[in-house]
Ligand binder design. Structure first.
Ligand code: 5GP
Length: 193
């Protein structure tokens, strides 16, 4: 019998290093798939449709909402983002574990609906470091960076609802921590209830 894929939910402020962290962990651990979200945000340079996100118009997104195609969705920094339900079905059928990089509003919806998610919150070392990372990334202008910092302060208040907090002061250490979490949850599942 194929085991059910485990769902790992990763949240934390934008610019806090979630993408680098999940990318590294996915290359270092097998049997793990990234949940590709739908978004109405414009693609950034280098982003690939179907790999980073599925880029859709607002009306396409709203059609999907009406058709109940999302496990969760939220407005984040003025754009819509949603996790398609079919990724969960695939995880169930194939036994491949799933990583969701979603914001705190989306994580809350998943927590309410799905009893088996593992919730991890990634924190940057400080707000100064977060600002510096967003500036280094260079994909947002100054007003957008300030907006993301102020949202980050609110997001940090949600940390207490997560199963694990991963401090991303050092990427190598954060990668080890997330890999340990994933491996221990896999072992737990293997041992059974
Ligand atoms: P960015 O625009 O920088 O790629 O992402 C902005 C924020 O949206 C990130 O914090 C990311 O975790 C969140 N996000 C990405 N996909 C989803 C999704 O499907 N649902 C929700 N609720 N948030 C998402």
């Amino acid at each position: 019998m194929i085991r059910e894929g485990i769902i790992f939910i990763i949240s934390g402020p934008s610019g806090g290093g979630k993408t680098s962290l999940t990318t590294r962990v996915m290359t270092e651990l097998g049997n793990l798939r990234f949940s590709v979200s739908y978004t109405t945000r414009e693609p950034r340079e280098g982003e690939v449709d179907g790999k980073d996100y599925r880029f859709v118009s607002e009306s396409e997104f709203n059609d999907m909402v009406r058709e109940n195609k999302f496990a969760e969705y939220a407005n984040v920094y003025g754009n819509l983002y949603g996790t398609p339900l079919d990724q969960f079905e695939t995880a169930n059928k194939t036994g491949v574990d799933l990583i969701l990089d979603i914001d705190v509003q989306g994580a809350k919806q998943i927590r309410e609906k799905c009893s088996r998610g593992i919730f991890c919150f990634v924190t940057p070392s400080s707000f100064e470091e977060l600002r510096a990372r967003l500036m280094r990334r260079g994909t947002e202008g100054d007003p957008e960076i300030e907006r993301r910092i102020s949202v980050a302060r609110k997001e940090m208040e949600e940390m207490g609802h997560y199963d694990y907090i991963i401090h991303n002061d050092d990427l190598d250490e954060a990668v080890c921590t997330l890999k340990d979490i994933i491996e221990s949850k896999r072992q737990e599942q293997q041992r059974g209830p």
